[in-house]
Design a protein around this ligand. Structure first.
Ligand SMILES: [Fe+2]
Ligand SMILES: [Fe+2]
Length: 311
């Protein structure tokens, strides 16, 4: 079934193409530029890593804490961009024989996510080169994608919209204002956010379009799917927080007191929940989009599912 695109939406797809063409970057030419990572600097800002909650760590240990989280950030984006790229290609089917501007916008979106996966693989390899052995990233991107892509498109678009909006939020709130970050990492975040801006607009357009295709009963099931997806993200986050805390404690160069080790575990979990769930859920633009599509009762179901994560 081909979707009719309204003149107003057609303009929004066209605008995304214009901006995407204008800001288009290449990983080596524009982002990496032959540089090496500076391990004397942080990779993630304190606003994301929550390192300032651990006053007993030395400055060097806090830096390492942020570098471990940077490595996981690279893995997490490689993971989510696997299913986002696939989903966008699938959604583009609705425009194959319809509005060719909408089709082009989605093709560019998918192309950019494939490029981002490569960027994050590159930066992960660079990050790994300066860190002690023993780090492990648990989830496998294709296995996660198989689960996500089995859910309703409405729910996947809600999750994706939230992800692309938190990328922008992380950059504006925490990354851009921090003068103490590795230059390469800061550029990775900046170039990534520039393209995610268009993705967030396209997610919203496709999410609303998909919403219009659903009956009330289907939408109610989609809300259940969204709750399941958020639960799956939290499962990944919990597992990786455990793994990263163990890695940090075994490689930081000294044995911390039990209470301090517990605080390291808790802070990894709080930081990852903040980065991958809470910071996106709290974005006004996400709340407004979601609330315009769900009933009050559905909103409450989502709120109840999020409550233990936000606590
Ligand atoms: Fe991306
Ligand atoms: Fe994106």
């Amino acid at each position: 079934m081909q979707t009719a695109v309204s003149p107003a939406d057609h303009k929004r797809y066209a605008k995304c193409i214009d901006v995407s063409r204008r800001i288009r970057w290449e990983t080596d030419r524009d982002v990496i530029r032959g540089r090496k990572l500076d391990f004397s600097k942080k990779f993630l800002p304190d606003g994301l890593s929550k390192a300032d909650r651990l006053p007993f760590l030395t400055e060097g240990e806090r830096r390492m804490f942020s570098q471990v989280q940077g490595r996981t950030y690279a893995h997490m984006f490689g993971l989510v961009e696997r299913f986002i790229g696939a989903k966008v290609l699938e959604l583009s089917r609705a425009h194959w024989l319809g509005d060719q501007t909408a089709l082009e916008a989605l093709v560019r979106f998918a192309d950019e996510e494939i490029k981002h996966q490569e960027l994050f693989r590159r930066v992960e390899t660079m990050t790994a080169s300066g860190m002690p052995a023993g780090y492990a990233f648990g989830p496998e991107p294709n296995a996660v994608a198989a689960v996500v892509l089995g859910k309703s498109a409405w729910a996947v678009l809600a999750l994706t919209c939230h992800i692309e909006l938190f990328v922008l939020e992380h950059y504006r709130q925490s990354i851009e204002p921090d003068p103490n970050l590795s230059e390469v990492w800061k550029d990775v975040f900046m170039f990534h956010a520039r393209e995610e801006s268009q993705h967030a607009i396209l997610d919203e357009l496709e999410w609303v379009r998909e919403n219009g295709n659903l009956s009330d009963a289907e939408r109610d099931r989609a809300v259940g799917d969204l709750i399941a997806l958020v639960g799956a993200v939290d499962g990944i986050v919990q597992q990786q927080a455990q793994s990263d805390a163990r890695y940090f404690l075994s490689t930081c160069g000294r044995t911390l007191a039990q209470s301090e080790a517990n605080a390291v575990h808790e802070t990894f979990l709080a930081a990852y929940r903040w980065q991958y769930i809470v910071s996106g859920v709290q974005v006004d633009r996400f709340q407004e989009a979601l609330n315009s599509m769900v009933t009050e009762a559905q909103g409450k179901r989502i709120g109840a599912a999020l409550a233990p994560i936000l606590a």
